[in-house]
Design a protein around this ligand. Structure first.
Ligand SMILES: [Zn+2]
Ligand SMILES: [Zn+2]
Length: 258
């Protein structure tokens, strides 16, 4: 499985850097997990392949350029863009984003080929298919309804925490997996901002270190993501100091294969 955390910050020459402001993972070049930077960071080739987007929660950093992505592709879509989310999250996207005020309600619109966007409500705790992948979603502990995901292609399995603080159901399904190749988990704030992390339901390196004690799998790669750019260096140092084997910071733009 190939996974790329799309870059979201570019210098004046258009070169991407490591600061992650938006969240969008591209899986096998065709399925997106969240859509923060989807309209600004895909190559033209990738842009034609993505037809399936899983939205873990409706926070702006996870959906910022989703409406623009559909807008860009509007005339060329020969099948609807499928947006996978829980009923609750679909309701929030319709109410707060695709509401004719912030942006058009694309789920009501058609181009020459037919509908351009379609919601696919996802179950909790039961596998569902997205393109060639099997996915299980479970609620995590964030300030709005949010799911973590375990994504499998039959050979490789990768878990995505999405945005969360300490949580339980996610670890139950992660620990029940026979094999797990990688865990992508958030570490948003430095330890000195533990209070803010707690009220906004995010991890610091210290709280992540505690949380990872719930993980019974050993040896898989643990990739940290969602480091707030203003505190990136500090968070990186604190993550290193945890000395957890195979824990790394995921680099935006780089393609990882498991
Ligand atoms: Zn969030
Ligand atoms: Zn976020």
């Amino acid at each position: 499985m190939r996974i790329q955390l799309l870059p979201s910050t570019f210098d004046a020459q258009g070169v991407a850097n490591l600061e992650q402001r938006l969240t969008c993972f591209l899986v096998d070049d065709c399925v997106a997990v969240d859509a923060g930077s989807i309209a600004i960071a895909l190559t033209n080739e990738q842009r034609t392949k993505v037809k399936d987007i899983i939205v873990t929660h409706p926070h702006m950093d996870h959906i910022a350029s989703l409406p623009i992505f559909i807008d860009d592709l509007y005339p060329t879509l020969q099948e609807p863009m499928r947006i996978y989310a829980t009923e609750e999250v679909i309701g929030l996207l319709e109410r707060d984003v695709f509401n004719w005020n912030v942006y058009p309600r694309f789920s009501d619109l058609k181009n020459d080929y037919g509908p351009v966007m379609e919601y696919v409500p996802i179950p909790i705790g039961k596998p569902f298919s997205v393109a060639h992948l099997s996915v299980v979603a479970v609620p995590v502990n964030h300030i709005v309804p949010t799911v973590g995901l375990v994504v499998s292609d039959g050979q490789t399995s990768v878990a995505f925490s999405s945005d969360t603080a300490e949580t339980e159901a996610f670890w139950t399904i992660v620990n029940e997996m026979k094999d797990l190749d990688a865990l992508l988990i958030e570490a948003s704030f430095p330890d000195r901002m533990a209070e803010l992390a707690e009220v906004s339901r995010h991890f610091t390196p210290a709280s992540l270190g505690q949380e990872l004690k719930k993980l019974t799998h050993n040896g898989m790669d643990i990739m940290t993501v969602h480091l707030k750019p203003s505190y990136r260096d500090e968070i990186v140092e604190q993550l290193k100091a945890l000395k957890i084997p195979k824990l790394r910071v995921m680099e935006p733009g780089r393609i990882y294969e498991w």
